[in-house]
Design a binder for this molecule. Structure first.
Ligand code: DC
Length: 237
């Protein structure tokens, strides 16, 4: 039992611990972890580097679409750090893409259909062989609607803002709690209300609110669910 590889889609609100959870699940199953949000962040960074946000107004979508021809994303494994790192035009951008400035602009960029088309194409290619845990907003609804296991993760706004704030401070980045919370609120609003692939729970996704849960409890919950899904899939064969 449990021999066949599946796709695990982990969607949910900003900063509810999706990436930590997805990484743990991937490590436990020997799967690849793919952070789809990092890709939208990298396109945002490319737009910032190109000066498209310099006058603080949102750049027209056509400019972003034109920029996409000059955006090459690649994932490479770093054995020393035991992690997969995202490269934007051959520059490792894992840290740069987590800044508050990128966070402030990323929802705008992620709402542009041309950007989504390119990212989804890359994500589907990465999942073609299965055996992946991918986290994001539209993985279960759009990228892999046939994923065998879909989780929709959430937590209260206060809990999420607290976690993000601590994360930024621990990394030595400047942050105010109120700014972090209002950024999260804004992002959730834009992500949930955009026309193209809004953040929403897929009909067949299982909801998990982890506000009051430790990671260990979340893993117990996951292992139960995974066993059920794999047993059901094996029974079908
Ligand atoms: O997960 P994250 O906070 O790094 O994601 C950054 C932004 O990218 C988030 O505001 C929404 C967007 N995003 C998206 O639209 N679709 C995804 N699959 C992943 C992220």
């Amino acid at each position: 039992m449990g021999q066949q590889k599946i796709i695990i889609a982990l969607d949910g609100h900003s900063s509810c611990g999706k990436s930590t959870y997805a990484k743990l699940i991937a490590a436990e199953l020997g799967y690849a972890y793919i952070d789809s949000g990092a890709m939208y962040r990298a396109v945002t960074l490319a737009a910032m580097d190109a000066g498209l946000f310099d006058d603080n107004a949102a750049p027209p979508p056509e400019k972003i679409e034109a920029l996409l021809d000059h955006v090459e994303l690649k994932l490479k494994h770093n054995p020393a750090k035991r992690r997969t790192e995202l490269f934007l035009n051959d520059r490792m951008v894992e840290d740069l893409i987590r800044s508050m400035e990128v966070s402030a602009h990323v929802s705008y960029i992620a709402a542009i259909s041309a950007v989504r088309r390119k990212m989804v194409e890359y994500q589907r290619m990465l999942g073609a062989e299965k055996g992946v845990v991918m986290d994001g907003r539209d993985i279960g609804t759009v990228v892999f609607p046939d994923a065998e296991l879909k989780i929709f993760l959430t937590a209260s706004l206060e809990v999420r803002a607290g976690r993000r704030y601590r994360e930024l401070i621990e990394k030595g980045m400047a942050a105010e709690f109120a700014d972090v919370q209002s950024n999260l609120e804004k992002r959730d609003h834009i992500d949930s209300n955009r026309d193209d692939s809004p953040l929403k729970q897929a009909d067949d996704a299982i909801l998990l609110d982890n506000s009051e849960m430790t990671l260990e409890q979340q893993m117990i919950w996951f292992n139960n669910l995974y066993r059920q899904v794999i047993t059901a899939a094996d029974d079908k064969d």
